[in-house]
Design a protein around this ligand. Structure first.
Ligand code: SF4
Length: 122
């Protein structure tokens, strides 16, 4: 999965029935969990400060990753506690992750093994 705005099923807003059989959309909980996994895979979550701080930075990767890690941890805790995120919550986090990914990439801080995966974000 890439860091994209997810398409989730909304129980309160069912889609009209269709004769075509389509793959069911993931629930908000599944979509958020997939997003959290994609963020952990594609961004340097948990990287030490020494790896994020450069002599010349574009933006502040350390602050951005700190913010994103806090969001990931908060949402993981919420999911573990049984909370169901709203579509807006997932979109907001996906948007923030994409913007932060762009800054991290500009700073040359994507790990080599993350680069091929990150191309799916463009
Ligand atoms: S701008 Fe941020 S990431 Fe860059 S050296 Fe300063 S604290 Fe570290």
């Amino acid at each position: 999965m890439n860091i994209s705005e997810p398409s989730i099923s909304e129980p309160s807003n069912p889609e009209p029935s269709s004769p075509e059989i389509s793959r069911p959309k993931p629930s908000g909980r599944v979509a958020m969990q997939q997003l959290l996994c994609a963020i952990r895979e594609q961004l340097p979550v948990g990287a030490p400060e020494a790896d994020l701080c450069q002599k010349i930075c574009i933006g502040c990767p350390k602050k951005l990753m700190s913010y994103l890690e806090q969001e990931v941890n908060d949402w993981q805790r919420a999911l573990d506690d049984g909370e169901t995120p709203k579509l807006g919550d997932i979109r907001q986090l996906a948007r923030a992750a994409r913007k932060i990914h762009a800054v991290i990439e500009k700073n040359g801080l994507l790990m080599p093994q993350r680069s091929p995966v990150s191309r799916t974000l463009e």
